[in-house]
Design a binder for this molecule. Structure first.
Ligand SMILES: Nc1ncnc2c1ncn2[C@@H]1O[C@H](COP(=O)(O)OP(=O)(O)O)[C@@H](O)[C@H]1O
Ligand SMILES: [Mg+2]
Length: 383
């Protein structure tokens, strides 16, 4: 691993294993993802995505373990609506995950500029995206081990920033960092849990055992945000939001037509038993509703994604021409900063040894149970 001074922000890493990092595409609460390239003989080259812990979190054994488990789980899951994981690598002491590169953007960064101007995505495209994610979730929820026993997998972190859209119209669910098998415990070790509080289900907020119905709730929040430009339970503070989620009062949905309010309300039912019996049932309801709307295909979605990305590029160029741009690393930091409700929540009572358990790297102490606010970041510890 080579570490020359980086022109772009925190991560000085420019190469891991055979992969040359080209640009940082995204950053979540735990990890950063880079577009990278690997070269082979006779002019062969292949773009990939490389995920590794954020530079300030590297060396934290508990988080390394999450990344390793994410890679192991991701390697077992094969579906057109999931970001495919190919490899887990170790370069020096940096773990990295190689994934398919999705040439587009995540849904959060795509819709954010429009929503700020009061422009919502076309409802027929929002429903297409929701249906594709429901297809992915149904696969995940039904996923079985080699002996055919369902693992009871729950993604637990459905939100627009984990939904990737490509310029060719693919919809892919990413980030299995906290996905958990509820029937078997071998898939995830430790009990670190994080999630974006605005999308959490009441049972997740209460730290109860989760089923696939919890992902339905998060998809309901996402669908409402796409269709109305607001989320159902957002409040001034994290604790207030969590309290409103705990109560999960039926949301006010005026302005939405047809069966859409019924679908969103059912996803947001407080009792998981009152949601759809399966994500497939939810998918069917979305598909049924889509028949009453203008037909849109993945081709239309791809054109919409490309248009938004071009518009974003033009606006950047304009700002640059007006001399309004910040130095590159600041622009990237700003672009990557998380909007309200995207803040990660983490509960953790995890041993802090390194993943390979052979070294004693320095680590942050586990805070006492409670709520710790660290600028934009909120960590709830429920140990
Ligand atoms: N395979 C990929 N191709 C392109 N962009 C990606 C890919 N995986 C992740 N990203 C981008 O990186 C961001 C963070 O990745 P994610 O896996 O969600 O990390 P975290 O676990 O920290 O939330 C995503 O929101 C998305 O913008
Ligand atoms: Mg994420």
């Amino acid at each position: 691993m080579s570490e020359p001074a980086s022109p772009y922000g925190h991560s000085p890493v420019t190469q891991v294993g055979p992969y040359r990092l080209l640009r940082r595409i995204g950053q979540g609460g735990m990890a950063e993802v880079h577009e990278a390239v690997v070269y082979g003989g006779s002019g062969f080259e292949k773009r990939v995505a490389i995920k590794m812990l954020r530079s300030e979190l590297r060396g934290r054994g508990d988080l390394e373990r999450i990344l390793i488990e994410e890679a192991r789980l991701g390697a077992r899951l094969l579906h057109r609506n999931l970001v495919q994981v190919h490899d887990l690598g170790l370069d020096g002491d940096v773990y990295y995950v190689r994934m398919d590169f999705v040439d587009g953007a995540d849904l959060a960064s795509l819709i954010r500029p429009g929503l700020a101007r009061g422009q919502k995505p076309p409802v027929e495209l929002s429903l297409l995206i929701a249906e594709e994610i429901a297809v992915a979730l149904d696969y995940v929820h039904r996923f079985c081990d080699d002996a055919g026993r369902p693992l009871g997998l729950v993604h637990r972190d459905i939100s627009p920033s984990n939904i990737l859209l490509s310029r060719s119209g693919e919809v892919k669910l990413a980030d299995f960092g906290i996905a958990k098998a509820t029937h078997l415990t071998e898939i995830t070790r430790g009990n670190v849990r994080k999630g974006k509080y605005a999308y959490m289900s009441p049972e997740q907020v209460e730290n109860q055992r989760l089923t696939g119905a919890s992902d339905q709730f998060a998809l309901g929040v996402t669908l409402m945000e796409l269709c109305l430009g607001r989320r159902p339970y957002d409040a001034e503070s994290v604790l207030e939001t969590m309290e409103r989620i705990r109560q999960a009062a039926p949301p006010e949905l005026s302005g939405l037509g047809g069966e859409l309010p019924t679908i969103i309300r059912r996803c947001l039912a407080r009792d998981p038993n009152d949601r759809y019996a399966s994500t497939e049932e939810l998918r069917r309801e979305i598909a049924r509703l889509r028949r009453y709307l203008p037909l849109v295909t993945c081709g239309d979605l791809g054109r919409w994604v490309s248009q938004l990305l071009q518009q974003d590029q033009r606006e950047r160029a304009l700002r640059e021409a007006r001399g309004e741009t910040e130095p590159l690393h600041e622009a990237i930091t700003q672009q990557l900063s998380e909007p309200r409700g995207e803040t990660q929540i983490e509960d953790s009572a995890v041993p802090r040894e390194r993943a390979d358990e052979s070294e004693t790297a320095p680590h942050r102490e586990t805070p006492a149970p409670g709520l710790v606010s660290d600028g934009d970041k909120v960590i709830v510890t429920l140990s």
